[in-house]
Design a protein around this ligand. Sequence first.
Ligand SMILES: [Zn+2]
Length: 290
Amino acid sequence: MDICKVMHHFRECAWVQINAGDTALMWSDNLQLDGQVSTLQLRYPRLYSYVKDPWITILEFLDSQDIFQHFHLPLSSQAFDDLNILQSMLGGLNRTPGSKDNWFWKGTAKGYSPKLFCSHTFASASFNPLTAWIWKSSCTMKIKVFAWMLIMDRLNTKDMVDRRHWHLEDGVNCALCPLQTRETRDHQFFNCNFSVRVWNYLQIDWASGDSMAHLVLNASRSFRKPFFTEVVFIACWNIWIIRNAKVFRHERARFNRWRSAFIHDITLMQYRVKVAFKDDLLRWISFLPP
Ligand SMILES: [Zn+2]
């Protein structure tokens, strides 16, 4: 079975009862609100069109000091009304923040464990070995979902959008370099001038291997650190952020901006990686060129 279909099927078929809120995606996981199970992006499409980061978890949303930081402002008056309704709904959630979220199959109240689901999925016939990597990494859920989309080539690159015959105002070429090259996943994250500079900076070499799995294996061997996965995913995540800022808000793609965001995010990983790796990670960060 194709893992994309499985994951897609899973997202559609499961719903979550929020407690901690750290396993559920704010906008794309099914929630029960008002006795009805649906995603917030379907429920509030007008508000959703202003969302800055569609991958945040519910916890990140609920914990934020300023709720407006999650949206491109100003909101339209309808979107603002949506936000007010959403806030009072979320305020009325009967959650125990210290407990785990509960996942259920849709239409039942039967519990299910994401871990069980994964082992079932990965045991099935053809799966991409790289995805096993994602769930083992110490990254946050947001980065894991992003990494999964990246590996499965499901991100909305211009190439992908074009293949779905959606209109692209600024053409299908990469926005981060002057090469006039179609913005595919491989170009954007590996061959683009911008990304090549990123990998040089991190001293990660994608040069050898005849399949993606081999490329990764060889690159991780030559990198020789136990936090290779986290470095790669966080690097890609921040390339994608810079790319989105350029495409949607015409902000200049500056390498320095990528670097400070990357260092910020990877430094936070000291609290998530295994304790034994923490000092090694901090030392590695301190040796990155300024
Ligand atoms: Zn490019």
